[in-house]
Design a protein around this ligand. Structure first.
Ligand code: ADP
Ligand code: ZN
Ligand code: MG
Length: 477
């Protein structure tokens, strides 16, 4: 994508509201399955999530624990007790006509996500239940309430992000974080990570401008595109010396434009009040400490560790913020003697490239970290050439063992100089013209000779060594 540049003389501020679907077994306040994907419509429902009279909600402890994990990872303040509130609004997919959410005592207050040299401030994290889904057909609308009542964390940032690219990066980092914490799959394509974005533009140096909210963006790409469009639109308004009006907008993927959705509810419209069916939930400090002790290594901690191992900064970052790769890398690192940077190179360039070409993910293949690290080791020790290692990689994806393949096929690199010298002599005799050209200083001809030696050794000689032996044999410097 071509870079997006903020219009000269203007600055933007972006704040995100991210909804994360929690990976609990059951819903937020009832025993229905939270993983309803693939269930027939309305199969995962009960009186509680249908909002039938007389039913009572019970908070899901695991969901609270997940909230706690995220709050602690982001250094948010966790209150002594949680309170649930009702947020009242009417919509067909909201069977109770209110959503149980949190208001003034949410699971996390404040916090920060490390972001390069700075940190993005987190305003709050709260637990809430999701709504159902409306399915709009030509002549009617169908309701599927399987999603109703499933557990969400909403994370709200301060308006600290400066451009669309940062917004996308922030979302990727949140995704990596919650996947590392094991609390959400955070897959936008399944609706398990959804973002509302808030954006304002101002002249450089001025106070924050009026914000516009863009709702329900369901891919990182649309977040970025919607912001780019909206920043341009607001800048044009300011250039005409007009005012941006506060609004809630939607984004149309087709045209790439934002359009007004509805006038925004004021907070008072929601008539928040404490949920009378749920007493406050105490959060004992001992539990907080237990959860804190159980936190895994966080992505920015991983990044620091990789940097300390001497990885290139970009590689350290990519690995640390791609949990599936980080896991594989750490296993590979632990299981062998391959050097950290060589492992990173082979993982991020060759293996990832291969997976990209084939459109599969690492987990779908049968390559083990051990086989991978042994392949890299064979290469690093000079026992196979990089050509051979590259050729074997696709077979490792099928579960093959590198040493076994090298042994069976006699792929050991030709490092025996005597054997190689004989091949060099053969090639010089077979290609006298080329040999003569090299001796006359036409170094281009050298490539032809090297190529021929490589062919004769089936790519198992080290090119540097071949070159050196050819030079020696031809008596050139
Ligand atoms: P509202 O009351 O309209 O919901 P909030 O103050 O609760 O607004 O903020 C919602 C989100 O909007 C937050 O992520 C916040 O960072 C962001 N936000 C608030 N003010 C601005 C602004 N002037 N420009 C950009 N984003 C903003
Ligand atoms: Zn239910
Ligand atoms: Mg708000």
């Amino acid at each position: 994508m071509a870079g997006f540049f903020l219009p000269e003389g203007f600055e933007a501020a972006i704040g995100l509201e991210v909804h994360l679907h929690l990976r609990t077994e059951t819903k937020m306040f009832c025993a229905c399955r939270a993983d309803y994907f693939g269930s027939p419509p309305n199969a995962q429902t009960c009186p509680v999530c249908l909002g039938l009279p007389g039913s009572l909600p019970v908070p899901n402890k695991r969901a609270v624990e997940y909230g706690l994990r995220l709050a602690l990872a982001l250094q948010s303040k966790v209150p002594e007790r949680l309170l649930f509130h009702r947020k009242n609004y009417f919509y067909p997919d909201l069977p109770k006509n209110y959503q149980i959410t949190q208001y003034d005592l949410p699971i996390g207050l404040g916090g920060r996500l490390p972001f390069g040299e700075r940190a993005i401030r987190i305003r709050r994290l709260h637990l809430e239940e999701d709504a159902g889904k409306s399915l709009h057909l030509e002549d009617r609308t169908l309701l599927d309430l399987n999603r109703a009542g499933s557990p969400l964390i909403e994370l709200v940032t301060e308006p600290d992000l400066k451009n669309p690219e940062e917004a996308r990066l922030f979302l990727q980092r949140i995704q990596a974080l919650v996947q590392t914490l094991g609390l959400s799959e955070a897959t936008p394509e399944e609706g398990k990570l959804r973002a509302d974005v808030n954006v304002s533009v101002r002249r450089k140096g001025e106070a924050l401008g009026t914000k516009v909210e863009i709702k329900n963006l369901n891919s990182f790409k649309s977040v970025q595109r919607a912001l780019e469009y909206e920043i341009r639109r607001q800048t044009e308004i300011l250039r005409r010396n007009e005012r941006v009006r506060p609004a809630t907008m939607a984004f149309d993927e087709g045209s790439g434009k934002t359009f007004p959705m509805r006038t925004k509810e004021e907070e008072a419209d929601y008539r928040y009040f404490p949920e009378p069916d749920l007493p406050p939930v105490p959060i004992p400090r001992a539990w907080v400490e237990e959860v804190r002790r159980g936190l895994p290594e966080l992505p920015w901690e991983k990044e620091a560790r990789y940097l300390a191992l001497g990885l290139k900064p970009k590689d350290a970052e990519v690995l640390a913020y791609t949990p599936s790769l980080a896991w594989f890398y750490d296993q590979a690192l632990a299981l062998g003697e391959a050097s950290p940077q060589a492992l990173a190179n082979w993982l991020l360039a060759d293996l990832s490239g291969l997976l990209n070409d084939r459109g599969i993910s690492l987990e779908k293949t049968r390559i083990t970290p051990s086989a991978f690290t042994r392949l890299v080791q064979l290469f690093e020790r000079g026992e196979i050439t990089s050509r051979t290692a590259k050729d074997l990689l696709p077979e490792l994806l099928l579960g093959e063992d590198p040493e076994k393949l090298v042994e069976e096929r006699g792929l050991k690199a030709v490092t025996d100089e005597g054997a190689l010298e004989r091949v060099v002599q053969e090639v010089i005799q077979a290609m006298p013209e080329a040999a003569k050209s090299v001796q006359e200083g036409k170094l281009k001809a050298m490539d032809a000779l090297v190529g021929q030696v490589m062919r004769k050794t089936q790519g198992q000689a080290k090119p540097d060594l071949v070159r050196a032996l050819l030079r020696k044999a031809l008596g050139v410097g």
